[in-house]
Design a protein around this ligand. Structure first.
Ligand code: CAA
Ligand code: FAD
Length: 379
């Protein structure tokens, strides 16, 4: 597999790096401390085309490939994993879901403003009692002829309080099990659609995570994505692509922590020399760099397979499993290399360690990735 990057891909990476360093970095610590959503920063990200990177230009997207998306996600995540998850959900769950499975009307109405950066989107699958076990969801969408009547609760929804469009999975025909689930499009402000309190989280504190409640929300039939009963497959196939985004987020958190650890090891002196000259520290850095490089190759492989139109879901799950595991390890070692300074906000690495944890949980926990991977290799 050839990972030589094109001029265009390198330009995207550089633009994302500049944006991260110039726009995201200055207030990232403050946003984390006060759990403040990056409203202005996300607006600018949208204007630069980073929320609909892979969408066809005819729907106002960037027309870029998935490799460019991975490169951009790594750069943004190196500095601000909270903004990165907004970007990931918009690009690889909501925009990709609309572009691949939406009707032309739905693309005109929702994909264009999303890809053009005018609104963000939310993908609503998880419930209080159904996360990993996604087919056991209890939100109902009763068929009322010209509309569905939506009732229930979705949990942990990223962009939940700020999105301009929501894709909600709900059960229409319980007897059909997962084949009775529909994917429905909601807009904020629909009668009976209530956004609950924002979650107070351990990491990615700048991101906007909410419970959503639906009380007799009337959703027009035209707002269903795909055929009746396609909702669960819609969710699974969309998540396949989404996992490349979260793998790249984990990669970025790890590579950002590695860069900071290398820099610090050249500045800090103990026992008369810079700490990188102690072999114990140099070896830690060697292990960290090797893990980051392996994760990067896995993300690029999954992205390349997707760009080539090949089956990429196994590679995406493997990339997410591995990158999220090493993000935990690398950020923890980065804190260790910083000593006491690593334990305070000013040096960023403690935030990165907190942010890294979520990549092992959302878009399918590590245990769920192992189910997906083992089923694929054993079938
Ligand atoms: N593509 C297409 N169809 C798929 C599929 C895929 N990748 N995976 C499963 N399906 C289909 C199956 O073919 C099956 O359909 P048929 O019976 O018609 O063949 C149906 O879906 C059910 O599949 P399973 O029997 O395999 O279902 P399961 O109950 O064993 O669960 C699972 C499978 C992989 C564990 C799934 O439930 C899962 O992925 N759970 C994790 C949920 C998740 O990732 N949530 C993330 C929420 S979004 C998020 O988190 C965003 C964010 O943080 C930012
Ligand atoms: P559970 O499914 O209850 O799992 C608990 C533990 O049991 C985990 O360790 C799990 O791996 C393990 N486990 C469960 N089943 C098995 C099994 N069969 N074998 C082995 N181990 C198993 N969801 C959305 O739909 N949209 C979003 O935008 C979104 N954003 C999120 C943002 C944040 C900050 C968070 C925290 C979550 C978000 N989620 C979102 C939800 C996320 O996808 C779920 O939390 C995740 O899928 C796990 O579900 P759960 O929390 O119910 O854990």
């Amino acid at each position: 597999m050839d990972f030589k990057l094109t001029e265009e891909q390198l330009a995207v990476r550089d633009a994302a790096r500049d944006f991260a360093n110039n726009v995201l970095l200055p207030e990232v610590t403050d946003r984390d401390k006060h759990a403040r959503f990056p409203t202005e920063e996300v607006k600018q990200l949208g204007e630069l085309g980073f929320l609909g990177m892979m969408v066809d230009p005819k729907y106002d997207g960037g027309g870029m490939d998935t490799v460019s998306y991975v490169l951009a996600m790594e750069e943004i995540s190196k500095v601000d994993a909270s903004t990165a998850v907004v970007m990931s959900v918009c690009n690889s769950l909501v925009a990709w879901g609309f572009e691949r499975f939406g009707s032309e009307d739905q693309k005109e109405k929702y994909l264009k403003p999303l890809a053009g950066g005018k609104i963000t989107g939310a993908f609503c699958l998880s419930e209080p009692e159904a996360g990993s076990d996604a087919t056991s969801q209890t939100t109902t969408a009763i068929d009322m002829g010209d509309h569905y009547l939506l009732n229930g609760t979705k949990n942990w929804i990223t962009n939940g309080g700020t999105a301009g469009v929501y894709i909600v999975m709900a059960q229409t025909d319980r007897e059909k099990g997962h084949r009775g689930i529909n994917a429905l499009i909601l807009e904020p402000g629909m009668e009976g659609f209530i956004v609950g309190e924002k979650e107070d989280k351990m990491g990615i504190r700048g991101s906007d995570t909410h419970t959503l409640l639906f009380n007799d929300v009337k959703v027009p039939k035209a707002n269903r994505i795909g055929e009746e009963g396609f909702g669960f497959k819609f969710a699974m196939q969309t998540l396949g692509g989404g996992r490349i985004g979260i793998a790249s987020q984990a990669l970025g958190i790890a590579s950002g922590a590695l860069e900071l650890a290398i820099k610090y090891s050249k500045e800090r002196k103990t026992f008369g020399k810079e700490i990188y000259k102690h072999q114990a520290i140099a070896f830690k850095l060697a292990d960290m760099a090797t893990k980051v490089e392996a994760a990067r190759v896995m993300c690029l492989k999954a992205a390349t397979l997707k760009d080539q139109g090949k089956d990429f879901e196994l590679a995406a799950s493997m990339a997410k499993l591995y990158a999220s595991t090493i993000a935990q390890e690398v950020t923890s070692e980065a804190v260790q290399i910083h000593g006491g300074y690593g334990y305070v906000r000013e040096y960023h690495v403690e935030r990165m360690m907190r942010d890294a944890k979520i990549t092992q949980i959302y878009e399918g926990t590590s245990e769920i990735q192992k189910i997906v991977i083992s089923r694929a290799i054993l079938k």
